[in-house]
Design a protein around this ligand. Structure first.
Ligand SMILES: Cc1ncc(COP(=O)(O)O)c(C=O)c1O
Length: 399
């Protein structure tokens, strides 16, 4: 039989559907690139037991499509947790479960952005968010930060400049706790100022609080959401950091008018009910104990990374000392190109993400995010030593 000519789809695609390569996840021997949690503290047996208990009780309901907003009992758990831990008081109607908080972020970006609108971020920002902002045509503008968070004067002058240029700013996206990738937690004073300044320009805040439970040192800082009583703060959170990213479960919290629009971009038929049942049943019994266990392990890994950076990099670099979260932000002298070396380092056994990947303006090639959540404590130490060796070999360190 003659082989048919492949069908030509050219000319049939939607204008807003760029070809997107699908690269599988790669992991180096020493993997500091991706913010994975600690695999050894994943509650696998407990999740199986919880799923079994939940299925025994309500498994036959899997014959139905789930609630479009996500399992009510898990949304109630979110409501109760937010009230208890973040002083956020909302009802389950204000909460929609999403396929990881990545979906929540995408829904809000799509609901609020026309191509060319400005979205503000911190100086370096979680690259999943940055990609989605770009994907939907936003002009992404970053605001300078220091170790206390967004610098108020910089925020004010950026907003004034944009106003003078006649540009529309749709929201400020912030990761105020254990900022990804910078690692700091924004102080209360800064949060108040940021709320105040954005308020003067009529700009909402989108608070991404997905790391807030991973605190192993210091005190929690009040959420932006709790400091506002006007509905100007939108909020998302995730179960990726306290259960597992593989479960793909997060949530968006927004007032009805915003949620109604964002919901139009939600994948239909709710979220995976299997995952929702297991998470709800597990967390209602064991949440805080599990968070404590996980954080003890993360603290040991953070300490191992800081110690190994001290031993192997000395004063050739500076780095953050996060009180929680999953990563350290390393800065090398100007002129060092960690972007150019990234692929080489990966091939030689150490994965990291260079700063440019997180910068809306493409800055930060002398910087890198090093995640310590997934490797063992020993592997963290060895991996940092290996990174130093690789950088020495390529003439960036020592000599
Ligand atoms: C700041 C931030 N927000 C959101 C996400 C998305 O996580 P998920 O979709 O797994 O909830 C991540 C993932 O690392 C993140 O770092």
């Amino acid at each position: 039989m003659a082989t048919a000519q492949p069908f030509d789809y050219e000319g049939l695609f939607a204008n807003n559907a760029p070809f997107t390569a699908r690269a599988p996840n790669r992991r180096a021997k020493y993997d500091f690139a991706v913010a994975y949690p600690d695999p050894d503290t994943l509650p696998l047996d407990e999740l199986v037991d919880s799923l079994k208990a939940a299925l025994d009780r309500e498994g036959k309901d899997l014959a139905y499509y789930p609630d479009p907003s996500g399992m009510p009992a898990l949304r109630q758990l979110v409501v109760d947790k937010l009230a208890r831990d973040r002083d956020i008081h909302v009802s389950i109607d204000d909460v929609v479960l999403t396929s990881g908080s990545g979906e929540a972020i995408g829904m809000l970006i799509q609901a609020m952005t026309n191509p060319g609108d400005v979205l503000l971020t911190e100086e370096y920002v979680y690259l999943g968010t940055l990609r989605q902002m770009r994907r939907y045509g936003a002009e992404v503008v970053s605001v300078k930060c220091d170790d206390d968070g967004i610098i108020p004067e910089a925020l004010d002058s950026t907003l004034q400049d944009l106003k003078d240029q006649g540009k529309t700013v749709k929201f400020l996206y912030t990761i105020p706790t254990f900022q990804n990738p910078l690692g700091w937690t924004m102080t209360l004073e800064r949060r108040r100022k940021v709320l105040d300044i954005t308020g003067q320009y009529g700009v909402p805040i989108f608070e991404d609080d997905c790391y807030v439970d991973l605190r192993f040192e210091g005190e929690d800082v009040a959420s932006f959401h709790s400091l506002d009583d006007s509905g100007r703060v939108l909020y998302c959170g995730s179960f990726s950091k306290i259960v597992a990213p593989g479960m793909r479960m997060g949530y968006l919290v927004a007032p009805p008018d915003v949620m109604g629009r964002a919901f139009s971009f939600k994948t239909p038929s709710g979220v995976n009910q299997f995952a929702a049942l297991a998470i709800e049943e597990y967390l209602k019994n064991d949440m805080y104990q599990h968070i404590d266990d996980q954080n003890q392990s993360l603290r040991a890994k953070r300490d191992a990374m800081l110690a190994s950076l001290g031993e192997n990099f000395g004063d050739a670099a500076t780095w953050s000392r996060p009180e929680g979260g999953l990563y350290v932000w390393m800065t090398m002298p100007e002129g060092v190109d960690l972007a150019a070396l990234q692929e080489q380092a990966f091939n030689e056994g150490v994965g990291y993400y260079n700063g440019m990947m997180f910068s809306p303006e493409g800055n930060g090639k002398n910087m890198a995010r090093l995640c310590f959540g997934h490797p063992t404590t020993e592997t963290v130490s060895d991996g940092v030593a290996e990174l130093a060796k690789i950088l020495t070999k390529h003439g960036v360190l020592g000599g």
